[in-house]
Design a protein around this ligand. Structure first.
Ligand SMILES: [Zn+2]
Length: 155
């Protein structure tokens, strides 16, 4: 899960919207305050652009999980060594251990989502929503008007 934030160019209010990690959804958004419509390229219309390639790459997340885990272990051992020999430790080192742990767990969760097929099922849901939006011709015209490259099959 994540958030996308932007300031409405019309009323200036900060909009904060929930999204999945890869920001799948319509790039045409509406301001929650004044309802003005804007185009936000960060959103990915996946029926047109496809899923984010990294979201299918189990090897990438396996590598990242191992790298974070090794980093965490090295920092933790260093921390233990410092406590035993110096009776204390630099705070930054504890920070590294915590960041390493969060990174390890985060990458491992994504890895599990990919290998169990959960990610694929989620993607299919987002894909279906995307196709449904694109069946609306006026929506497609709007995308084109905003400079979005829409393939022939959806025009
Ligand atoms: Zn606004």
């Amino acid at each position: 899960m994540g958030f996308v934030e932007w300031n409405c160019p019309r009323c200036g209010k900060k909009n904060r919207e929930k999204c999945n990690a890869w920001v799948y959804g319509s790039p045409i958004r509406n301001c929650k305050e004044c309802n003005a419509e804007y185009f936000d390229r960060r959103w990915r219309e996946i029926a047109l652009e496809g899923v984010e390639p990294a979201s299918k790459n189990a090897k990438l997340y396996l590598g990242a999980t191992i790298a974070f885990f090794v980093f965490t272990c090295v920092c933790a051992l260093w921390l233990i060594y410092d406590i035993k020999t110096l009776g204390g430790y630099p705070e930054r080192l504890l920070g590294c251990v915590l960041i390493g742990m969060v990174g390890t767990i985060g990458c491992f969760v994504v890895l599990l989502r990919i290998v169990t097929g959960y990610e694929d099922r989620q993607n299919r849901r987002y894909y279906d929503e995307s196709v449904k939006r694109l069946q609306n011709k006026s929506y497609v015209y709007k995308l084109i008007a905003y400079g979005y490259d829409v393939p022939e099959e959806f025009r």
